[in-house]
Design a protein around this ligand. Sequence first.
Ligand code: SF4
Ligand code: SF4
Length: 347
Amino acid sequence: MKKMHTLALSIARAKLKGTPYKLNYAVTYRCNSRCRICNTWKRYVISPEKQKEELSLPEIDSIFREVDLSWLSLTGGEPFLREDLAAIALTAEKHNPHLQMLSIPTNGSLPDTIFKTAELLLEEMKIPNFLITISLDGGEELHDQLRGVKGLWKKARETYYLLKSIEDDRFEVFLEFTISKFNAGHLKNALDSFGVADYSHVVVTAAHSSYFYASEQTDLHEASSLLQAHEYLSLQNFSTPESVIPYIYGRLLEKRFKKIPFSLQCVSGRSSFFLDPYGFLYPCISWDEPLGKVKETSLRELLRGKKTRSLIEKIKKGDCPRCWTPCEAYQTILENFPLALAAALLK
Ligand code: SF4
Ligand code: SF4
């Protein structure tokens, strides 16, 4: 990512104005994976009719008119299952002139669709930082087992190399390894199986149970998870500016696993929000505390509302599930950079 400074400037501008700058928007809960650590895919197996309630493009267009974003993450479900994904991103850009970063996580199951959408977006949009992150949980057998779909590893690998062939300095492809007790000791093997020699574009996340993942598993980690975090940090050389935040995240993840407290005030609810596919707004992806529904109350009003203010106070006091997921932690690290770096470097 060659133009990260534009994101930093845009965030600084939003902070001066006191407005949120990041939106995590789950464009759909449709998912063609069957992951062991996430039950999102079950939502429409259980209630297929719910899918009709997802926001339409004109509704999404009205929402984007009401924000001034620097950073947009279009997540899912599997976001590339939404046929109008490119149109959603272009609508966001049209109404958000300060938008500097578009990120899209994917399970990599749809190589051609993902590649064509990336090419189309690079042709049509001017956002200077665009990244796609592909999930990788292990070598071929383990990945397919944990994702519950035979052949998914092959598809994800194909997607990875198609995206790697794109030459555009606005675009980067990352791999994201989700640490859980199910893939302990498999990080290096997973990366080797993909033929990855340079680990600078590899990030880790910890498996979480939350409303967003429709999962209430409480034993996703054990001592082996700490070893995975160590392994990640030892493989990385953190030589590029964009690897500093993942490094700090990884170091603080280690501390979480070791139960060493560090004090960073989460900025969700003030700087970032999560919007679900039906238009319910939340402070973050980890806390089932809806602030309201954008189909009924304007987003602007919800952001200024009493419930939002009261949740911000709770978050400041740490009176929330206190997660440590990159979707939310990265902006907390960015905004508390000196403190976060010091916490990461301290033994
Ligand atoms: S982790 Fe992602 S790919 Fe897997 S079921 Fe959940 S939403 Fe789908
Ligand atoms: S710490 Fe996690 S659960 Fe708490 S507000 Fe921040 S993102 Fe949400």
